[in-house]
Design a protein around this ligand. Structure first.
Ligand code: C5P
Length: 224
């Protein structure tokens, strides 16, 4: 390994705790956090707002071509416009789920994610960061948790935002998202063979982050 700082890839299903631990890990390492799902959400927001048909074809490709998505200081920008607040709605979550199955969308966004990781010193968080975006990432993690745990976390998250939904309904949504993520043809959610799997069901955020820091120190020292 040269002097470039490592790229750390974190993948796993919805509710496994990726976002929280990725944020904390990036802080502890002093690395840049790249939430790849946020970039997809920004593109989906553009498609919805500008009424672009969400199916592969010339119209979609023409729309995507000049589009730029970037992350800076915890904000996300679509062609320079701050869309951070606008992408966190149920409508955009649904649109993102659909948009991420389209080849044109993934072919547009994956290179932007690689660009964001190019300098190293980056924590990438998503579904395909260790398998497709940066298969050569120095350290890869695959976070999991039981369906019940993940549903419980989502439920609490929604409640904290004032959104009321039954636990059963949330569990069904999480299960449906798993099926969508794992069975889509392009870049499905799967553990990279060299990823370290961590089941976060019975661990606190601090415990997960400490285990990751230990694994990073070990992997990076044996490879340098
Ligand atoms: O992680 P987040 O909920 O923001 O992801 C938004 C959507 O983007 C989800 O539907 C997820 O499956 C998808 N996604 C993806 N590839 C990634 C990251 C997220 O398809 N690398």
């Amino acid at each position: 390994m040269g002097s470039r700082k490592p790229v750390i890839a974190i993948d796993g299903p919805a509710g496994a705790g990726k976002t929280t631990v990725a944020r904390r890990l990036a802080e502890r390492l002093g690395y840049t956090l790249v939430e790849t799902g946020t970039m997809y959400r920004a593109v989906a927001f553009g498609l919805v707002r500008d009424r672009v048909p969400q199916r592969d074809g010339p119209e979609l490709r023409k729309y995507l071509e000049p589009l730029d998505v970037s992350l800076a200081g915890g904000r996300v920008y679509l062609n320079g416009e701050d869309v951070t607040g606008a992408i966190r709605t149920h409508e955009i979550a649904e649109a993102t789920s659909r948009a991420t199955t389209l080849a044109a969308v993934r072919e547009k966004v994956t290179p932007l994610q690689r660009r964001a990781a190019a300098g190293g010193g980056v924590v990438l968080e998503g579904r395909d960061t260790g398998t497709v975006v940066c298969p050569d990432a120095q350290v890869k993690f695959y976070l999991t948790a039981s369906l019940g745990t993940r549903a419980g976390r989502r439920h609490a998250e929604l409640a904290a935002r004032g959104v009321r939904a039954s636990l059963d309904r949330v569990r069904e949504d999480v299960r449906a998202r798993d099926v969508q993520d794992e069975t889509r043809e392009l870049a499905p959610l799967k553990r990279a063979p060299d990823a370290i799997e961590l089941d976060t069901s019975d661990l606190t955020v601090d415990e997960v982050v400490e285990r990751m820091l230990t694994a990073i120190a070990t992997r990076c020292s044996t490879r340098s």
